[in-house]
Design a protein around this ligand. Structure first.
Ligand SMILES: Cc1ncc(COP(=O)(O)O)c(C=O)c1O
Length: 435
């Protein structure tokens, strides 16, 4: 029989525990620091913003963290996700490489983001919290949290970066349909938003500004917590369901990856997809190359500095050890709204600093060349964020062609682009600009 096009798992093969990469790191990142005192942040300082279960996960050194039953029950709506062989792309490129992708776009919100949104909503509801706040760039994270909040009976307030708020009205409608309320950031609702507007009334916004607003809105209310869709250790931990399933799927077809690729800014899909396999590399059991793809408009890993920096613009968050472009850096309004952030996950940053992973950056025209080629061969229309990974995959597959190597390349297709059609329209009409 021919090799199957899709590698599928059954519902009872959904992982029952998340994989914590922390104990596998040769050089773990330093602690988060208080921005005033520069002393390590203690759990009581984080308690106004996060439930204790998530604070514990943030610093956990346990290898495995059990996934609560109600979270697994919700995962069953779309997990396990398929691993698909990109045969038509391989043929179009004429490459001897074998290309596979893990497709996370089949979740209710259309990306990998619900893997952590569901867990975060569950732990907050279990602790008696009634309302969640958050920021969203592409609208993918806000949608995921709106969906998860609805499932666990929580109110949800989303600060949506101004450029996305204007360019993606249907992402907004989707969040509102789940019952969330959405406001454009910077907004007049918070001190942080008002300060930016006073300086720059037509600010396009950024994730750094929207985070300040969402944190401020949560810190002032006892029944309200803040949620983050990326960057933090517990977020990457929840996303490891992707990499754990991937490992099972590769084992089923006896495949050993030579190259793993994911797009990155906060690092959540990258970390969740790669960590279970990267741990084997760190332990000397594999030689896999692991590549992070980012935009030249926010080249955090390729051009940033490794330092302690704030996670937001107004200084409401702790100082995190990470690659950063500076917390006041406002990236140009590229279409990959989810990649417009100045920092990165502390774990991903330390892996890049120590040379365990590689990073590449692309301008958006090259990214959309790849996205359109993928759509025309494989059929799925990718979100602009994972289209960065597709650019890398195509370049790697062409390298394999030149070198005559049949390498196995696997990437994370972390979301579909059905709400990003303005970007495709600009590309197809020749008006997409490199910024
Ligand atoms: C579809 C999609 N992919 C990727 C990202 C980038 O985030 P992360 O690096 O945490 O995966 C986002 C962020 O909003 C996103 O919406």
């Amino acid at each position: 029989m021919a090799e199957p096009r899709k590698v599928l798992l059954s519902e009872d093969e959904i992982p029952s525990a998340w994989f914590n990469v922390m104990p596998a790191l040769p050089n773990p990142p330093g602690p988060y620091l208080h921005p005033g005192t520069r002393e390590p942040v203690t759990p009581d300082l984080l308690a106004p913003l996060f439930p204790m279960a998530l604070i514990q996960q943030e610093v956990s050194t346990d290898q495995w963290v059990d996934i609560p039953g109600p979270v697994i029950d919700t995962y069953r709506l779309w997990r396990p996700t398929p691993l698909i062989r990109a045969l038509d792309l391989e043929r179009a490129l004429g490459t001897p490489a074998r290309i596979y992708y893990k497709y996370e776009g089949g979740s209710p919100a259309g990306s990998h983001k619900p893997n952590t949104a569901v867990a975060q909503a569950y732990y907050n509801a279990a602790e008696g919290i009634r309302r969640l706040t958050t920021e969203t760039g592409a609208g993918q994270w806000g949608s995921a949290l709106a969906f998860a909040s609805a499932r666990f009976g929580l109110e949800c307030r989303v600060f949506m970066v101004r450029t996305s708020y204007d360019s993606k009205p249907y992402r907004r409608s989707m969040m509102e349909t789940w019952g969330a309320s959405v406001v454009a950031s910077p907004s007049g609702e918070t001190g942080a938003g008002r300060a930016v507007l006073a300086d720059q009334p037509d600010s396009p916004g950024s994730l750094g500004i929207a985070i300040s607003e969402a944190v401020e809105a949560a810190a002032g209310a006892e029944d309200t917590h803040y949620t983050l869709g990326s960057v933090l250790n517990h977020v990457l931990l929840h996303q490891t369901v992707i990499g754990l399933e991937l490992k099972e799927q590769l084992a089923k077809i006896g495949a050993e990856p030579d190259v793993l690729v994911a797009c990155v800014v906060g690092g959540s899909n990258f970390g969740g997809f790669t960590f279970p396999l990267l741990a084997d590399k760190l332990a000397g059991r594999s030689q896999v190359r692991v590549i992070a793809a980012e935009p030249t408009a926010a080249p955090t890993l390729t051009k940033g500095r490794y330092d302690y920096d704030l996670g937001d613009q107004a200084g409401m968050t702790p100082l995190l050890p990470m690659f950063t472009l500076g917390s006041d850096f406002v990236p140009a309004p590229i279409h990959a709204g989810g990649l417009r952030y100045h920092g990165d996950s502390p774990i991903v940053s330390v892996l890049a600093r120590d040379g365990h992973i590689e990073a590449v950056a692309y301008p958006q025209s090259k990214v959309f060349d790849a996205a359109v080629q993928f759509t025309r061969t494989e059929g799925i229309l990718p979100a602009p964020e994972p289209a960065h990974a597709i650019r890398t995959v195509i370049d790697e597959a062409l390298r394999c062609k030149e070198e005559g190597k049949a390498e196995t390349i696997v990437f994370n297709l972390c979301g579909h682009g059905h709400f990003d059609l303005k970007a495709y329209e600009d590309y197809l009409s020749g008006t997409l600009l490199d910024v």
